[in-house]
Structure formats: structure tokens, C-alpha cells
Write a protein that binds this ligand. Sequence first.
Ligand code: PLP
Length: 404
Amino acid sequence: MKRIYMDNNATTAVRPEVLEAMLPFYREQFGNPSSVHWAGRAVSGAVEKAREQVARLINCSAAEIVFISCGSEGDNMSLKGTVEALRDKGDHIITTTVEHPAILETCKALEKQGIRVTYLPVDHNGMLNLAELEAAITDKTILISVMWANNETGNLYPVEEIGAIARKYKVRFHTDAVQAVGKVPVDVQKANVDLLVISGHKIGAPKGVGAIYIRRGTRLSPFMHGGHQERNRRAGTHNVAGIVGLGVACELAGSHLGEDVAHIRRLRDKLEQGIQAAIPEIKLNGHPDPDLRLPNTLNVSFAYIEGESLLLNFDMKGIAASSGSACTSGSLEPSHVMGAMCVDVVLAHSSTRFSLGLDNTEEDVDYVLEVLPPIVQRLREMSPLYNRKEPMTCEECQIIRKVH
Ligand code: PLP
């Protein structure tokens, strides 16, 4: 059976060059970079090289990069570390309703500690109103946290404008760039970002490693207490092989931003147009302008169908896609991102995300376009909603809403 992977926003394969670079650090170069002897010295240079590689990709200095274990850690560290460091200055955070749970759940935890959080709404396309963001700022606001790109829709947020607003009001700006890095140019200077989070497994490095950019001079209380690693900013023995892999993945990501990303974008556009041409009664979730979304992401709802049934049918044909984000799938609740965009609850349940990667080919897209229309047709024919000729009554809509 063919195997086609279109779930790169959930995780990516480790790139062969990354794995090659990592292997020596599991074998002969096993030292702890904090040790002063030969075994430690041999690997501390590799950690510093990786720091340079990460810094180069996002245009900062190596001293501003701290290695961490994953995107969730970076998001927690940014929010909780800011609150602890700036509690004397204020108690208000601004974020959005479409952030990843790593932000939203952290905000909920902080609310229990007395922090006030403004969750900015989005419109039907999932976009923010920057006037609303500006109006939400008070003299107690200590942090604005807005993601660079959304994991479900691929929507890109206007980080440069948000950074300019944050600078105008002297408010710290954090961005979760887990989905953006490696897919679009990310420059912390242009966006005036103070804190930015990267996750290795979204860009061809292994799971269990990430990085946070902390602008020089930004006070951030440590999230982990223990040893003095990372200049006291993150305790814990370094994941040397993972860090080396992250460095190489960042270097590769920088060189992929041109032609390779253009290739992925062409494939995504072909898939989008092919689905639109072949299947009636669908809804694209996210900004209609493909340039305002990540070049690899397409999120589409197929009326009258359960997303989970579609994914199971896909799986039987060897296609890996996703409904909602990987972290939230498994629950029958429609995704909070679809909810925030006011996508009809029935359509929200059929939302399907295709997130392409470097390894996808033209043939992969042709295959998906070949198998998708008959699957959709078959599932629709089994759907009681599809078979009835008259539209649903209001009572029926209410019942479906309750059931879901
Ligand atoms: N932020 C975004 C936007 C994500 O998509 C994810 C993972 O899907 C995370 C944070 C969490 O990253 P990690 O899986 O490395 O903890």
C-alpha cells in the first residue's frame, strides 16, 4: 500500500542529514558538555555550534538562544517566567482565542493565580483585529502573546505590526513560532519579538528538543530549577544529540526557505484547487488568500461528513492527515480554533488538515485527489443529513449541537 504523509504540522520525519550529525553524540562523543575534562570539552563545542545555527535562522545572537525540550516548555516558560519576573509591574496578559493549548492552558493556570488574561477573538477567516489588540492594552499589561502561524489553519499573523504595537506601549511580545520556523522567514528583529519559541520535531529534528529566543536584557524567571546550565536560564543536562540535530535542522531550514518551500506551496495549491474543483459543498478554513497561510497547510471541511470517518478511510488508503491538531484529536469536541472562527459546529466536525512536507511529490497530490472524491461521496451517501432534500430545521440544528 502507498504511504503518503501529509501531517507535517503534527510532526516531521527526522532529516537524514540531521540523524547523521546526531549519531556520533550517542556513540563516541557521549560527554556532558558541563564537564571540564576532554569528554565534556569535545561536545560543548558542538552545542555552541548548534546555538549559532539556530540564531542565524532567526537573526539573533547565539547568546540569546536557550535550549529546551519542546515547544510546550518554551511557551510555559515564556508566560510563567514573565509573570514571575514582572509581577510587580502588572498582572495582565493579552493573547488570542486560537493559540495552541500550550498557551491557552498556561493562561488558564495563570488566571487561577490572579493573572487577568484577555483572549482576543478572531473573525470568520481566523484573523485578528489589531485595533482590538491595541485597545486591550492597559498600564497593567505585561505581555502580548500571539502565535506567528496557526497549527490548524496555517493562518499567518501580522507579527511585525503586533511587534510595533508592543514596542509603542513598551509591552513584552512573545510569539509561538513552532509552526512558522522553517516554513516562512522568521526574523526576530523585524518583528520586534522579545521571546520566540521553536520546536525541533516540526522542522526535521527529533522530538524532545527545542529552543527559545530570549532578547538580551529580557528578565525571565527560570522555569526549571537545578543546575547552572544555559547560564542559569534552563537547568538540566543538555540533550546534546538533539541539540546538534536542531542546529543542523535550522541550517537546512534556512536553505530550504527558497525553492523547496516554493515546491511545497505549489503542491498545496494544486491540492486546494483540485479539491475545490472535484468536490461540492466544502469550506476552506482559514484565510482564503493562500499567501496569508503557511505554504504547506490546507484545512478544509466537507459538509455532512465526520472528520474522523474521513481520516479512517484515508488511513485505509495509506494517507496520513489530521482533524484538528494532533494534540486535540482523540477528543470528540470540535477544535477550539474552529469554534473561535464560528465555523458551523457540523462543518467544524469535518475539518481536515493536510500539512505537506519536503518529501511530498506531485504524485502524492494526484493520489489524494484520486481517492478523496469517492470517499467523500460514499460517506455522504451514508449520511442522513445528506440524503434528506429539505434543509435542517432549527430544532434539528440544536439537537446536533447538543449531541456534539
Ligand atoms: N505551538 C504550536 C503552534 C504547535 O503546533 C505545537 C505542537 O503541535 C506546540 C506549540 C507544542 O510543541 P511541542 O509538541 O514541541 O511541545
